[in-house]
Design a protein around this ligand. Structure first.
Ligand SMILES: Cc1cc2nc3c(=O)[nH]c(=O)nc-3n(C[C@H](O)[C@H](O)[C@H](O)COP(=O)(O)O)c2cc1C
Length: 319
């Protein structure tokens, strides 16, 4: 798939996730085959007001190409100015506009999914962005109950100059409940000429294959199922390439991955910036005995102790 001038080496993307997709985590997803990764969302206002902590979220590394930076905001001028600063500082391959986040913290100020109420404003922001930066601009939306109105927004986004569109098939009101309705991504793909990426509920090999086939989309984007499980990208890409299920030791893999993740966090001096317990606990999800280990992680004093508990997890897994 090509997004504007950028060649994406595959069709499985890592979703932007606030407080999750930091650089070390993204590097692990890349290593395992994610075709493209996005930063956590960055407030355009914070960029303009030089909030260093937020701005630093845009940092990447040579091993993470192509990568996208996601911004949120609702003023065409502010978003474009912020994007220009981001472009100059970090040279991302793509700049994505968040039109999907349902969190009150954003929607109360008219950001994220609140933009879906003002399609013309989305058009103006994308238009201003595309005219200001030379980096390809993309957007990520949730859907409206009204399919035609959703299609109209998708068309406006394309006409405003976007180079790709990601569609999460849930409404803002649904938050994360119910199912992501893939009918929307399918219809939008049929209408648009830019690449369309389907998002929502890709959790394993079969859901990845089913959603790609059903929607006809150019790619799929994976969010929650990758939390604590970057190896999922390896499993899915192996399956899509060969039609075979990859055999591996799930529990041992999680331990290896948590060890590497902690090392990368240390190397990038980011350990102190995240909720280490939550991140470690994600690596135990879906593992037998995981609940017990999560309780022990909750009581651990530091990352080394957490790792020791997770290392015990597989011993208990033997039948
Ligand atoms: C913890 C968390 C943080 C998220 N942060 C963002 C974000 O910063 N920007 C964004 O566009 N979507 C964000 N999302 C939504 C995901 O990108 C994705 O659209 C959603 O989780 C549906 O995909 P999934 O079913 O694969 O998880 C977030 C989701 C979660 C669970």
């Amino acid at each position: 798939m090509k997004i504007g001038k950028v060649k994406i080496p595959g069709n499985i993307l890592l979703a932007p996730m606030s407080n999750v997709t930091n650089l070390p985590f993204r590097l692990m997803c890349r290593k395992y085959g994610a075709s493209m990764t996005y930063s956590e969302m960055i407030s355009s206002d914070a960029v303009i007001y030089e909030n260093a902590k937020t701005f630093n979220r845009g940092k990447s590394s040579r091993d993470e190409r192509p990568f996208g930076i996601q911004v949120f905001g609702n003023s065409p001028q502010v978003v474009a100015e912020a994007a220009l600063k981001i472009e100059e500082a970090y040279h991302p391959d793509i700049i994505d506009l968040n039109c999907g986040c349902p969190a009150k913290l954003l929607t109360k100020d008219g950001f994220g999914s609140a933009l879906l109420r003002s399609p013309e404003l989305i058009h103006s922001i994308i238009n201003e962005l595309s005219e200001t930066v030379s980096t390809p601009v993309t957007a990520k939306i949730r859907v409206l109950e009204d399919t035609e109105k959703t299609l109209e927004i998708a068309r406006l986004i394309e006409n405003a100059g976007a180079s790709a569109l990601t569609v999460h098939g849930r409404t803002r009101q649904q938050q994360y409940s119910g199912k992501s309705d893939m009918e929307y991504a399918k219809r939008i793909k049929q209408e648009l000429s830019i690449p369309v990426i389907a998002n929502g509920d890709v959790v394993d090999e079969s859901s990845a294959e089913r959603i790609l086939e059903y929607t006809g989309c150019d790619g799929i984007m994976i969010g929650r199922a990758a939390m604590g499980n970057p190896f999922l990208f390896k499993r899915i890409s192996y399956y899509l390439d060969t039609g075979e299920i990859l055999e591996f030791e799930e529990c041992a893999q999680r331990v290896t991955d948590l060890r590497e993740y902690f090392k990368l966090l240390e190397d990038h001096e980011l350990m102190h910036t995240i909720n280490v317990k939550a991140h470690a606990q994600w690596f135990t999800r879906g593992i037998r005995n995981g609940r017990h280990i999560r309780n022990r992680i909750a009581e651990a004093r530091d990352a080394d102790e957490m790792l020791l508990h997770v290392e015990e997890m597989c011993g208990h897994e033997q039948p």
